[in-house]
Design a binder for this molecule. Sequence first.
Ligand code: FAD
Ligand code: UDP
Length: 387
Amino acid sequence: MSKFDMLIVGSGFAGAVMARKVADQGKRVLIVEKRAQIGGNMYECFDEAGIRIHLYGPHIFHTNNQEVFDFLKQYSEFYPYEHKVLGRIDGKLVPIPFNFTSLEMLFEKEKADKIKEKLKEAYPEQEKVSILDLIKNEDSWIKEFGEFVFEKVFVHYTAKQWGIPIEEVDQSTINRVPVVLGYDDRYFKDSIQYMPKDGFTKLFENMLDSDKIEIKLNKNITEMLRLDFETKKVYVEEEEFTGPIIFTGAVDELLDFKYGRLPYRSLDLVFENYPKTYYQTNSVVNYPNEEEFTRITEFKYLTNQEKEGTTSILKEYPLKYDGNNKKCLDPYYPIINGENLNMYEQYKKEVEQFTNIHLVGRLAEYKYYNMDAVVARALEVSKEFLK
Ligand code: FAD
Ligand code: UDP
């Protein structure tokens, strides 16, 4: 271990960005990754039909952070891609986030016109509004409209996704998907919306291509790492390691679940292939009120691939995370509430006793980060080290 200046646990965006920034300064980095491949949840591969799929769920890049995009562009070409989602409501496929087109498709013209007028009056300068604001509005037209959207788009999808009633889900999660006060039918409103030309795995391969970076796959760090709570020293394969350790995995696992298991939501990801050119009309269709899955992704739209007579899709069935159940081996979504954040804080405090261990990323920080936020965070942390 003495030949390395830094140890990084995990090769998702948090680990890979840190590794690259540090390696560019001439430092030697060891990445330990428990999966058989790099990229964390961004990993893509080709399925049997030769279609590039996102193995850990659909991933779309969008950001307002130019520094993040400039950094990533060094490792891949990107093409413009504006993500659009349809939701199946009352037998119709309408734009999600719910917008004026969705409204016109589901309401009689006269009623739709009246609701649009009321919304424009109530929120004159806004392009979007939270569903949680709409249902609190005192105007009966707006409130009734809000309750319709709440019920048809949010209540049942959220119950499926999180396994708890919508009232118990953190408001910031619900507010990720607004109601749009206009005809913009893009899922994201960020100023930068692109996808990597040859996919995320290729981007990661390029990012980690450095003679200063060594990667050990199929290795859980818990098999190599020992924390001595008396001396506050860290041992890697029984050799003391004093260099920085960037940990991007789940922090409860690092500390052997001593305060209990941090709850996560997982997904049973069911991939299917069909002998036809397309399965649906666009990349993602949400099923708020029917089916046990939440959404269907058709990869050819998402990854800009053309192939006659074959197409691959993904259905996402939400599940409670349970490391012992084969269907939900991966912790995907931290479940944000007071109790869980308290448990997380206990873990964090414990780790902070070891001054060379740093927690970075969606799992390690127990935050519902999008990929651009993880890249931004890793860039920021790497600046601290390179000062
Ligand atoms: P991860 O990608 O989870 O990487 C952590 C790595 O650490 C993993 O490779 C893991 O195997 C490894 N590891 C963990 N524990 C250990 C250990 N003990 N020993 C060794 N290795 C270990 N973001 C967007 O911006 N747009 C999207 O469209 C989008 N869609 C998403 C869809 C789904 C279904 C999910 C779950 C997330 C989505 N995200 C999206 C979020 C995005 O995936 C994350 O922000 C990003 O991938 C997090 O990167 P990370 O490095 O923090 O974590
Ligand atoms: N959501 C919903 N209906 C939808 C889409 C989203 O109720 O049709 C809610 C749901 O609670 C979900 C949250 O909004 O967990 C965030 O959705 P997003 O698409 O951002 O989730 P992700 O892509 O991260 O799974």
